[in-house]
Design a binder for this molecule. Structure first.
Ligand code: GLP
Length: 241
């Protein structure tokens, strides 16, 4: 595991953007695994800037998102589809039909979740996976629990996550209680993984993760120790005691 500690959020975003742009340049047909949330906004902003300056081309890129709230469609301003469209896809030359995000309105969730993993496999798998981390150590929406799902599945969000994510909704009650999330196996199958975190509210989760000597379903991020190419990019606010 490689650890990069930057001064602040901008530094973290800059380093992540540089890696992502280099990966796309090296492989113009890249399959990106993307994450939503405040952490990735600065990264996506820099990717848009680079695209506008003619530095990066998305015409042959495909993307797969980690998760989506059940019950929200892409027109809902708090849906992850809406987030991705407004924070990235609408501003770059990616073919929207090749941007895959779990469908929060899918009818048969059991079949749908299975199909999502198959789709990723069929399209060649994920080359570069971007991850954030929840304050409780979750990645995607894989929540701390006795057991965590291997494959993409329906997950019940914890009170902690519902509260954390309520800032993206008008009220706490509006936050969906369930989501579709990629499973740990899908994430670990990516060729390369970048985990990003910024701000002192992530300090506990990141320190628990960096200090872990064991893998625990109560700290889903700890499963990343099973992967051979993980770069963790954080800022000083996360790292400092
Ligand atoms: C959300 C998402 C995760 C994200 C994490 C951190 O619940 N499902 O994919 O990485 O929480 O979000 P933020 O970057 O807003 O702190």
């Amino acid at each position: 595991m490689k650890l990069i500690v930057e001064k602040d959020y901008d530094g973290m975003s800059e380093v992540a953007a540089k890696i992502m742009i280099d990966e796309i340049k090296n492989n113009p047909n890249i399959n990106l695994g993307l994450a939503t949330g405040s952490t990735t906004k600065g990264l996506y902003k820099r990717i848009i800037d680079a695209h506008e300056r003619g530095k990066v081309d998305f015409s042959n890129v495909k993307s797969f998102n980690l998760d989506e709230y059940i019950g929200l469609d892409g027109t809902h301003p708090s849906s992850y589809r809406y987030f991705m469209d407004t924070n990235l896809f609408n501003h770059i030359n990616i073919n929207k039909n090749k941007t895959y995000i779990p469908d929060g309105k899918a009818k048969n969730l059991e079949t749908y979740t299975k199909d999502y993993d198959e789709l990723i496999e069929k399209k060649g798998g994920i080359d570069l996976q971007i991850l954030g981390i929840g304050t409780n150590g979750h990645i995607a929406f894989i929540e701390p629990s006795d057991e965590i799902a291997i494959d993409t599945s329906v997950v019940k969000l914890t009170e902690n996550t519902i509260k954390d994510n309520s800032r993206f909704f008008n009220t706490l009650d509006e936050v969906p209680k369930t989501a579709i999330s990629m499973g740990i196996s899908g994430i670990l199958k990516a060729e390369k993984i970048i985990l990003m975190a910024s701000g002192k509210h992530k300090r506990e989760a990141i320190n628990n993760f960096l200090k872990s000597e064991k893998i625990s379903t109560y700290l889903p991020a700890s499963f990343l120790y099973l992967h051979r190419d993980v770069t963790v990019i954080i800022d000083e606010a996360v790292y400092k005691e």
